[in-house]
Design a binder for this molecule. Structure first.
Ligand SMILES: Nc1nc2c(ncn2[C@@H]2O[C@H](COP(=O)(O)OP(=O)(O)OP(=O)(O)O)[C@@H](O)[C@H]2O)c(=O)[nH]1
Ligand SMILES: [Mg+2]
Ligand SMILES: [Zn+2]
Length: 367
């Protein structure tokens, strides 16, 4: 395997390009087509079947208004002066989306058209359930299927406890302990990849995402970095989101480690991550029940029956508040944009009307 993505030349069907994409590309037009392998600073590396193309991803030049992401199926136009740029993005089947860092609420798609999300945690550090729950919300919300991978199983003697904890908080989500050192369960991971099945890896820096990619691809494709001995923190080795076709079939998306991943409008993902709370919440007497001391609260009833833990209920509330706050921020921004537009129209109308002639001031100074 070449050590740089731009040297790979996977063919289009291997990348998941179908007859439906052909029909779409014929409809939208363009000089080339393909799947985005990497996005970085306004450019996308696109696998086209032949040589990979570096295309500008300016949303001004594309007619989509959507920022292209790793995993997108796209068309490219070649401009004789400006070079290639992304001209259209096919509708996504799934999208792993977070809230982009910053004050203004905007979504950022980490990976598009993925089938599974491997939510990865290192067994070399304590299991952080809040982080895991947050990642599961985002993974479920994407429309893909999450699976939890506990990495570095060779570093601990017992991982059953972590597995039991996850089974409790993530019912129905498959969990596997793996090790790239001992090879534990790598065959089971490899068997999930086939054809053009696309799987995204997410998790903290230093937990072994890129090491797993290298293991699956039979060679070094991704740079890896040692964790700091003192606190097990990773060094943020991977800095772009990379789509890597595997030699035995299947495609993996490696991502940079993210410490605190922000939710983006994730009510569906929240309900899927907290089914024991979301289901009774539908049955509360009042539609706007806050699940406190209201009469007829099915969530509190479930809690009394020992089906809902206080910790989970608190975290569910926090995540729900985060989503609700975002909703109101979005409304506020929309309102402000609307009044700005209205002011613009008024100013323009005003500018079109003639001004009365100026008099006095300055005229006498003319030479
Ligand atoms: N003991 C052990 N170490 C591992 C295993 N997998 C990865 N490592 C080590 O963990 C360190 C970090 O691995 P990376 O693959 O760079 O981690 P990453 O998740 O890609 O990190 P970022 O790119 O920074 O997000 C490296 O020193 C790896 O050798 C494993 O199964 N067992
Ligand atoms: Mg990495
Ligand atoms: Zn209630």
């Amino acid at each position: 395997m070449p050590d740089d993505l731009s040297l790979l030349t996977p063919n289009l069907p291997t990348l998941g390009w179908t007859a439906a994409h052909d029909a779409w590309a014929a409809r939208v037009g363009g000089d080339q087509m393909g799947r985005i392998a990497r996005t970085s600073r306004g450019y996308c590396l696109v696998f086209t079947g032949g040589d990979a193309v570096l295309a500008a991803s300016s949303s001004v030049r594309s007619d989509t208004g959507v920022a292209p992401s790793t995993g997108d199926f796209v068309t490219i136009v070649d401009d004789p002066e400006d070079g290639p740029s992304i001209s259209a993005i096919a509708d996504r089947t799934t999208a792993l989306t977070r809230r982009a860092p910053g004050r203004v609420p905007t979504p950022q798609v980490l990976a598009a058209n993925i089938d599974d999300v491997f939510v990865m945690h290192g067994l070399d550090r304590p299991l952080n359930m809040r982080r895991l729950e947050r990642q599961l919300v985002i993974a479920w919300e994407s429309g893909a299927t999450p699976l939890v991978l506990l990495t570095k199983a060779d570093e601990v003697r017992h991982h059953e406890e972590a597995e039991e904890t996850i089974a409790r908080i993530a019912p129905g989500v498959e969990t596997l302990a793996i090790s790239t050192v001992s090879g534990q369960n790598l065959d089971r991971i490899a068997s999930r990849f086939s054809g053009s099945r696309t799987i995204a890896l997410i998790g903290l820096s230093g937990i072994g995402k890129s090491t797993l990619v290298n293991e699956l691809s039979d060679g070094v494709v991704q740079r890896t970095g040692e964790v700091r001995a003192a606190d097990r923190r990773g060094r943020h080795t991977t800095v772009t989101r990379d789509l890597i076709p595997l030699p035995e079939g299947g495609i993996v998306v490696d991502t940079p480690g993210i410490r605190e991943i922000g939710l983006w409008q994730a009510r569906t993902g929240l309900a899927k991550t907290f089914p024991e709370i979301a289901e009774p919440a539908e049955r509360c007497r009042f539609a706007d029940c806050e699940h406190g001391s209201e009469p007829g609260c099915a969530v509190q009833a479930a809690r009394m029956d020992g089906l809902v833990s206080d910790r989970r209920l608190t975290h569910w509330r926090e995540l729900l508040d985060e989503i609700a706050l975002q909703d109101s921020q979005l409304e506020e921004f929309a309102r402000r944009a609307e009044s700005r537009d209205r002011a613009d129209v008024e100013r323009r109308r005003d500018n079109e009307r003639p001004r009365k002639p100026r008099k006095g001031k300055g005229r006498g100074k003319r030479r």
